[in-house]
Design a protein around this ligand. Structure first.
Ligand code: TXA
Ligand code: MG
Length: 317
């Protein structure tokens, strides 16, 4: 827990146009004042993020939503009331006060209230909405520990608040509930089954084609530097390869093995996913072999990230 002074200093950095890395319950965020176009532009530079990939605006409290964006649809209001603070991002209309760079020129805006003490106190102290993507370089593994950020972004950041490992370990679920039928734009830490208890059946739209709606859904996102291959059945050992297992370690000899949850708990597996991938990536293996987890609850989001990490990303296409 940082002392109040650190939070105060971080809030001042935000107010004066700087970049602050802060923990949330999902992954670490790279924050800037969402009302300040120049500060938001620094996020895109630091992440080497394409300008067509819009940011999520973070608020300290659900009560701050309508004063910022005006009246929202009944479904958005119901979801915010039920799940905020928490790992759910909602799409709303972009208000005039938010500069277009934050939303990459879209008329819509992604917004959430993170369920993390540091994050909420920081945003409240700054007194402004905070635009924050995950604090990693574009396309690379998301950071679930402050060390991951320091390795990935380093000097581009003005201040890092270290809150230890994040609780969920996987990004928020993104939902567009402005119309009659809610659509999941990105699978994430809040399981679809939980959403449906509030909204009834939702459509899940993963994947992307052409101009992405939620570029976190670009095929090759969340990728380690080491080639990663998703397998459906047990592989024979490879002394120079790494293995990411769900609950049981693989047979044979591997250069590095990570088990996501020995007790078979999907929430624990999600929380450990990126940390395990960061470690396998650092183990200098020739390939990371990965088995999918059960495709239910937050396991769907874990499998989604694994598929994307396994896809090859060709920026030319
Ligand atoms: O858990 C999270 O959501 C983390 C923490 C830091 O809050 N943030 C995060 O941000 O994952 P980022 O930038 O890595 O992913 C945000 C995703 C992007 O894929 C972006 O395209 C999508 O949100 N997004 C943002 N605004 C959108 C909009 N108006 N319509 C559709 N998708 C949007
Ligand atoms: Mg991201």
């Amino acid at each position: 827990m940082p002392a109040d002074g650190d939070l105060g200093e971080a809030a001042a950095v935000l107010r004066t146009g700087g970049l602050v890395v802060f923990p949330t319950e999902t992954v670490y965020g790279l924050g800037a004042n969402a009302l300040d176009a120049r500060a938001a532009a620094r996020i895109f530079e630091a992440k080497q993020r394409p300008s067509f990939d819009p940011l999520i605006t973070h608020l300290a409290d659900a009560a701050d939503l309508e004063p910022l964006v005006g009246p929202v649809s009944p479904a958005v209001a119901a979801l915010a009331a039920r799940f905020w603070p928490g790992p759910l991002t909602l799409i709303v209309d972009r208000p005039e006060r938010i500069p277009p760079i934050v939303t990459s020129g879209l008329d819509s805006m992604a917004v959430r209230v993170p369920d993390h003490e540091h994050a909420r106190r920081l945003i409240a102290a700054a007194g402004v909405p905070v635009a924050a993507p995950s604090a990693n370089r574009f396309g690379q593994l998301s950071p679930t520990r402050a060390e991951h950020v320091v390795r990935g972004l380093g000097a581009a950041v003005d201040l890092v608040l270290d809150g230890g490992p994040t609780r969920c370990g996987i990004e928020s679920t993104i939902v567009d509930a402005r119309g009659d039928h809610p659509v999941v734009l990105r699978l994430g830490a809040l399981p679809v089954e939980e959403l449906e208890k509030v909204t009834g059946p939702v459509t899940v739209r993963p994947g992307s084609s052409g101009q992405p709606v939620a570029p976190g859904t670009l095929a090759a996102h969340y990728a380690p530097r080491t080639p990663l291959r998703l397998v459906s059945s047990a592989e024979s050992a490879g002394a120079d390869r790494g293995y990411l297992a769900f609950r049981d370690g693989p047979a044979g000899d591997w250069a590095a093995v990570e088990v996501l949850s020995a007790s078979g708990d999907l929430t624990e597996a999600a929380a450990r996913l990126f940390d395990a991938l960061h470690r396998l990536d650092a183990a200098k293996v020739t390939e990371i072999v990965v088995e999918p987890v059960p495709d239910t609850g937050v396991g769907r989001a874990v499998n989604d990230r694994l598929r994307r990490a396994a896809a090859t990303w060709d920026p030319a296409t």
